[in-house]
Design a protein around this ligand. Structure first.
Ligand SMILES: NC(=O)C1=CN([C@@H]2O[C@H](COP(=O)(O)OP(=O)(O)OC[C@H]3O[C@@H](n4cnc5c(N)ncnc54)[C@H](OP(=O)(O)O)[C@@H]3O)[C@@H](O)[C@H]2O)C=CC1
Ligand SMILES: CC(C)=CCC[C@@H](C)[C@H]1CC=C2C3=C(CC[C@@]21C)[C@@]1(C)CC[C@H](O)C(C)(C)[C@@H]1CC3
Length: 451
């Protein structure tokens, strides 16, 4: 289908050339990290000690395991009985009546949403998609199944040896899946396309993703991939590394416990607050192409578990005072991250909620308001600040002898600075003068008095 006429979004990531480079660079970086973490010198910069042959990458057992994992997560996504009720008067009614968020038309009877189903943001064609809210359940059920498997003799400690072939099949899956998504988008209606992925350049559009919310019936591919196989896979890999360390050294180290605990908290939190993802730019703005598909199913599980991979081969001594200081850093980061995200989500859902009703706001021409006090009056992206502080706490248990475990912190800083610039551009476009006023009143972007 031809791209729609009219102004197109400016090209990002260095245009088609940048996208082509990233198509190769992202998987190459992931394999470099996997190899570096298992090598003696564990160098972040510089070539890996040895390059693996195809026999180290390709394993039919890894392929089977990977497909079984995707199948299990897809089944858990579809599991609960979903009662779909229509129409959703409370969501659409407000806008139709020209009312603000949280206001109802007089006499309007709210049709309660099934607690297991959430509605997304309004789309170009004024419709809203529905999403199952059962991610936390999927995490718990996966934990139960893995627990049952281990007690029946499943060798979880063998998983770390399979990381390379698993990452290889995950990368292959991401390429094949992105091709499917690209072709599916060719027959999608124009209103279903994302603003950024319709440049007309096939490489660029393949990378960024053409369709905003590709689905088959109720199965939403982007929503599924963003939260399930990759995030839950990440904590499973961490757990397997912990088990392997216990097998090798008698018990897991304190550093390994901390990394596992912090990252489990992060993933558990994401799944507990699953509905909040529906307002992130990945879901509302970006198409679903190679960047997100590879990011979700390969990059997240295999590179976000880097600290635990590093610790397995490079044990680090960690005393209780240092461990307590690191826990405090993680707790501060989490407090800011959760406080900021929840404050914005509560405000967006219902500005008259008593938890946010007293906060100062700026009105915008769109009818939506912007918070200028509370967390969002401190810096313009307080949630990024909390996330970055947590990222530091995840690396500190690995000591300071190597740069490799700090890769996540470095990559994440670059990702969030870039993301922040993209979000600012979109907000300026959306809110115009009101956004300029917000920037004047809250001058710092992520770190108070610094950036
Ligand atoms: N671990 C990882 O790899 C990653 C984690 N993240 C995390 O994901 C979370 C979500 O991030 P992301 O989607 O980028 O962005 P945000 O959650 O920060 O959302 C940005 C949106 O919030 C709204 N907003 C901005 N300022 C205000 C304000 N003052 N008052 C009210 N609303 C405001 C605007 O949307 P609108 O007005 O339309 O509501 C804006 O587009 C973050 O915590 C981030 O740290 C993100 C990327 C990767
Ligand atoms: C380098 C590369 C391949 C980039 C792709 C970026 C993706 C890895 C990230 C884009 C936004 C993400 C989010 C999370 C994970 C990483 C990706 C997919 C997230 C699910 C992590 C948990 C958080 O609590 C979150 C739900 C807020 C978050 C949402 C964004």
């Amino acid at each position: 289908m031809a791209p729609p006429e009219g102004p197109r979004a400016p090209l990002e990531f260095g245009g088609p050339l940048g996208a082509a480079a990233l198509l190769l660079l992202l998987p190459a970086t992931m394999f470099h990290l996997l190899l570096a973490a298992r090598s003696g010198p564990a160098r972040l910069l510089g070539p890996p000690a040895s390059l693996p042959g195809l026999e180290a990458l390709w394993s039919p057992r890894a392929l089977l395991l990977w497909l079984a994992w995707l199948g299990l997560q897809a089944a858990l996504y579809l599991l609960p009985a979903r009662k779909v009720r229509a129409p959703l008067a409370h969501a659409r009614g407000r806008e139709a009546e020209g009312l603000g968020e949280g206001e109802d038309a007089p006499g309007l009877i709210r049709a309660p949403l099934d607690p297991q189903v959430a509605e997304g943001q309004e789309l170009k064609d004024k419709s809203r998609l529905r999403y199952p809210i059962n991610g936390f359940q999927a995490l718990v059920l996966t934990a139960l199944l893995v627990g049952l498997g281990v007690s029946a003799g499943l060798p979880l400690g063998a998983l770390p040896e399979m990381l390379l072939p698993l990452a290889f099949v995950a990368t292959l899956t991401a390429f094949i899946f992105s091709l499917f998504l690209y072709m599916k988008a060719q027959v999608a209606p124009v209103s279903a396309l994302a603003p950024g992925g319709i440049s007309g350049n096939p490489i660029y559009d393949f990378f960024l993703g053409r369709e905003l919310n590709p689905r088959i019936c109720f199965f939403d591919f982007k929503y599924f991939c963003e939260l399930r196989p990759g995030l839950i896979g990440w904590v499973l890999i961490n757990l397997a590394l912990l088990v392997k360390e216990a097998e090798l050294r008698g018990s897991p180290s304190l550093a390994m416990w901390l990394v596992n605990g912090f990252q489990l908290l992060y993933v558990g939190d994401a799944l507990w607050h699953e509905e909040a993802i529906l307002t992130t730019m990945d879901i509302t703005h970006d198409g679903f192409g190679f960047m997100l598909a590879f990011g979700d199913i390969a990059w997240v599980p295999f590179t976000y578990s880097l600290q635990a991979q590093f610790l397995l081969r490079h044990p680090q001594p960690l005393g209780l005072p240092m461990a307590s200081a690191i826990c405090l850093i993680n707790a501060i980061g989490y407090y800011i991250f959760r406080g900021a995200n929840s404050q914005k989500n509560t405000f967006r859902k219902n500005p008259s909620d008593p938890r946010v009703a007293g906060l100062e706001t700026i009105s915008t021409a769109t009818g939506r308001k912007l918070l200028v006090s509370g967390w969002w009056g401190m810096v313009r992206h307080p949630n990024y600040l909390g996330d970055l502080i947590m990222a530091l706490a995840w690396s500190l248990p690995c000591g300071v002898s190597h740069l490799l475990p700090y890769f996540y912190l470095l990559y994440f800083t670059a990702l969030l600075v870039h993301r922040e610039a993209r979000d600012e551009r979109q907000c300026l476009q959306k809110y115009g003068l009101a956004w300029q006023e917000y920037c004047r009143r809250v001058p710092y972007r992520i770190v108070p008095y610094i950036y």
